[in-house]
Design a protein around this ligand. Structure first.
Ligand code: NDP
Length: 345
């Protein structure tokens, strides 16, 4: 069965892969962009197989009064647009308002359309935890600690997802809600724009980290996140939250991989500050960083996330690329686009 789909934030990193997969599966896609006149930002989408016949791009800004109603005559709405940045000047205006208002606008438009049978919301692990505490995280967990001053991006994602479930409970619309909660999404991109999570790899490879720190990330490949969004269209997939993550790598493992593959060229951090003393030192040093990065460091140094991804594997039949493969492919793409020096042969 093919669907007619509204997808917000078509210019995004994940959206590029999702649109490619949706078109390949035969679906009709209406993607929203802030400014359709910026054709250079959507050329990669228009060049995708099937785009000429089945991709339409329309204008919508999350902070507009009613950005989605005019476009919601569809079977399924995928709400992906949300600002993904760590450092902002006004977290309420720049993160929380667009995240929450955008989500509520999409749900309201879907409810009014009568045709929409499902909304798929791209939430985040940020709505699950803002400070891993050693427990195995599941879909039952909610981030209860972020605020406008502590991991404000995490706060925006948590508030947006909570608003979505509250809407479902209160308004009981004629569609159901599937929420995808990806961990750190990495992999090859369709454009030269660097996503915030691929930026971490670029920063390590170009020497922006002074030392190997006790940072460990749960990764998921962008192509697998796209596959999850396609799988979520299946009406047999039950409504609910789905952790979307493959496995972990810590900074030392990433640096080792980069060294093995010839990346970094003398820029890779050598100093190891991943023990107790180093972590205490790095926590102090985080005070010199911009607020968003500083609070991220203080809540994540020395704390590895552990998670259970069995629900998405079981209900959506999803399999995940190992994180080493995603890091390798992301690095190759970053090098091909000139963001990191090419690896030594
Ligand atoms: P990108 O930054 O690449 O994409 C974000 C998209 O949101 C862009 O299309 C952007 O449009 C759009 N957007 C932001 N603000 C507005 C606004 N005010 N009005 C309209 N559109 C807006 O990020 P990702 O592809 O990584 O993220 C996609 C979704 O996945 C987000 O909801 C993000 O929170 C979530 N996510 C991402 C993870 C990751 O590691 N990358 C992990 C977990 C969740 P424009 O191009 O015009 O700026």
């Amino acid at each position: 069965m093919t669907d007619s789909i509204l997808l917000s934030g078509a210019t995004g990193f994940i959206a590029g892969h999702a649109i490619e997969s949706l078109l390949a599966a035969g679906h009709r896609v209406r993607g929203t962009v802030r400014d359709p006149a910026q054709t250079d930002r959507t050329a990669h989408l228009r060049a995708m197989p099937g785009a000429e016949e089945r991709l339409e791009l329309v204008a919508a800004d999350l902070t507009d009064d009613d950005p989605f109603s005019a476009h919601a005559d569809v079977d399924v709405a995928l709400h992906m647009a949300s600002p993904y940045v760590l450092n902002v000047t006004d977290p309420q205006r720049d993160l929380v308002d667009p995240a929450v208002q955008g989500t509520l606008s999409m749900l309201t438009a879907a409810a009014a359309s009568k045709r929409v049978r499902r909304v798929v919301l791209t939430s985040s692990m940020a709505a699950i935890t803002d400070q891993p505490d050693g427990r195995i995280l599941t879909e039952e967990d909610w981030n209860a600690r972020s605020s406008l001053t502590r991991n404000p991006y995490y706060y925006s994602k948590t508030m947006a997802e909570r608003a979505a479930w509250d809407f479902m409970e209160r308004d009981k619309p004629g569609f159901d809600l599937v929420v995808i909660n990806p961990f750190m999404v990495i992999g090859p991109a369709h454009t030269d724009a660097i996503n915030t999570s691929n930026q971490v790899l670029a920063d390590i490879a170009t020497g922006r980290y002074p030392a190997i720190m006790a940072l460990e990330w749960g990764f998921v490949d962008v192509r697998d996140v796209a596959a999850a969004h396609v799988a979520a269209l299946d009406p047999d997939v039950p409504s609910g939250r789905y952790i979307c993550a493959s496995g972990n790598m810590d900074m030392a493992q990433i640096v080792d991989l980069m060294r093995r593959e010839g990346y970094g060229r003398g820029k890779l951090p050598k100093l190891r500050l991943a023990g107790r003393f180093g972590t205490a030192l790095m926590r102090l040093a985080s005070r010199t960083q911009p607020a968003g990065v500083g609070s991220y460091l203080r809540t994540h140094l020395g704390r590895a996330p552990h998670f259970d991804n069995s629900k998405i594997r079981r209900e959506m039949g999803l399999t995940f690329r190992p994180p080493e493969e995603s890091v390798t492919d992301a690095l190759a793409d970053l090098a091909a686009r000139g963001h990191v020096p090419a690896p030594r042969a």
